[in-house]
Design a protein around this ligand. Structure first.
Ligand SMILES: [Zn+2]
Length: 462
């Protein structure tokens, strides 16, 4: 995605601005990929060529946790009952079939679904590295590069969270198990070889892989990376100023096995390895002890919630309010893509807290919107995105307020209407880095996104 240097301007009927809330008649100007001016109360007939945005305009949404290929399982894993672990078996079957070309086609279509939903940056938690059986491709990063290309073709930024995945799990008594079957594709052997492969992606001094892509690192989980192998991943992330993500305490079984193996909670193990800090993001953070909450909050580690996936997989409800109060920023992700709808994820944080505690109003709409915007971009290594403000990356998402779901919304509570009632289908226009990607609900780079999704999914399901 090469940003053009052109000056562009928009006039938003309503826009959500940092520190000001929802404002009327907002004139927004960008040069190239950055905002240069933002003024509320501007007359609608401003500069010639100004694009009118009807509805509520938000900053670009950040999908902080994605496994693109899981999208192929939507619906299929809803049939019958099943558990997290039977879902994982189905996921492994799809993982076993993908090759760089089919991965590119599937990820491109999924990223188009995301941009149609208002996402301008995705954090792809990527562990499908090698050929079936575990032999590297001629380019050992062929699968990662397919994701970078997919994001460019879909018109959004990506942080490639290249994931270290070395063990097949922990037994009930806490023994690391070897990778087997489809998992063989995930493994680099050890963390040093992981770092050598990721280094071959050739990030620049700022961790950038391309103008639209940034390098990130991930420790899959305490199930998949023994503590002695975490340090090289942490060191690589620090050296490149790269965000570091990990799945944390998604299932009770993980906590029990971790305690049996290492005598500590997963958060405790990650802290010992130096993996908790303001540049790290813990995904799910579901089954935490009060001291885990203190650990994460105390070091300002971000907590990424994926409420639709967590509900779908019956994971449980994480202590979102306690984490935020302890100091952790919150972000959101669509993870397994049971649905791709960041509004559902954002309000899911609040609605699950209500169900768990019997109390309403734990988060304001603005706090939930920040999780889906500024906090999400920041946890992916793009702190310059996620606000409509001069100097920020020029991402805009306009939500129509005349749809059946949102008709009747008032200016005073437009943000509440959108956060608590909008769906991805209400997104009308998306600008990413100053460039139009979605106009009037239509993707401008891939003509027929549903057809692209169908073809890509048919291709991998056989
Ligand atoms: Zn995940």
């Amino acid at each position: 995605m090469t940003p053009s240097r052109a000056v562009r301007s928009w006039h938003a009927e309503l826009a959500w601005l940092p520190g000001q809330g929802v404002q009327r008649d907002v004139f927004i100007e960008a040069a190239g990929d950055r905002f240069t001016a933002v003024r509320a109360g501007a007359p609608p007939a401003a500069a010639p060529g100004t694009v009118r945005l009807h509805g509520l305009t938000l900053p670009g949404l950040a999908n902080a946790h994605s496994h693109a290929f899981h999208r192929a399982l939507r619906g299929i894993t809803q049939a019958g009952r099943g558990t997290f672990w039977t879902w994982r078996e189905r996921m492994y079957q799809v993982a076993g079939r993908l090759e760089p070309d089919s991965y590119l086609a599937l990820a491109r279509a999924v990223y188009c679904e995301m941009t149609l939903a208002g996402v301008t940056c995705v954090g792809e938690f990527h562990y499908l590295h090698h050929r079936p059986g575990g032999v590297p491709y001629a380019d050992p990063n062929a699968m990662g590069r397919a994701l970078l290309q997919a994001a460019a073709q879909a018109g959004l930024r990506i942080t490639l969270l290249d994931t270290c995945y070395l063990a097949g799990g922990l037994s009930a008594v806490g023994q690391p198990e070897p990778l087997s079957g489809p998992q063989l594709r995930f493994g680099d052997g050890d963390a040093r070889r992981w770092a050598d492969r990721v280094q071959a992606l050739a990030p620049d001094a700022h961790g950038m892989l391309a103008s639209h892509a940034r390098a990130g690192a991930a420790i899959h989980s305490v199930r998949a990376v023994p503590p002695g192998q975490m340090q090289p991943v942490v060191a690589w992330a620090e050296r490149h100023g790269a965000p570091l993500h990990a799945h944390l305490s998604e299932q009770r079984a993980e906590n029990e096995a971790c305690q049996a193996a290492y005598g500590a909670s997963p958060a405790g193990v990650l802290r010992e390895a130096g993996a908790l800090g303001p540049g790290s993001t813990m995904v799910h953070a579901t089954h935490l002890t009060p001291s885990d909450v203190e650990l994460l909050g105390g070091c300002r580690a971000c907590a990424c919630f994926c409420p639709t996936t967590e509900a779908d997989l019956a994971d449980g409800i994480g202590p979102a309010r306690a984490l935020a109060s302890a100091g952790s920023p919150l972000s959101v992700g669509s993870d397994s893509h049971a649905v791709v709808d960041l509004f559902a994820e954002a309000r899911g944080i609040e609605l699950t807290q209500r169900l768990a505690t019997g109390q309403r109003g734990q988060f304001s709409a603005a706090e939930l919107a920040r999780a889906a915007t500024a906090a999400g971009h920041a946890c992916l290594g793009w702190p310059e995105a996620g606000e409509i403000a001069p100097g920020a990356l020029a991402d805009l998402v306009t939500v129509a307020l005349d749809t059946p779901r949102l008709a009747g919304a008032t200016a005073a509570t437009a943000l509440e209407s959108v956060v608590f009632a909008a769906t991805a289908a209400d997104v009308r226009n998306v600008v990413a880095g100053g460039r139009d990607v979605v106009r009037d609900g239509r993707h401008l780079l891939v003509e027929d996104v549903p057809a692209a999704l169908s073809a890509a999914i048919r291709g991998v399901l056989g």
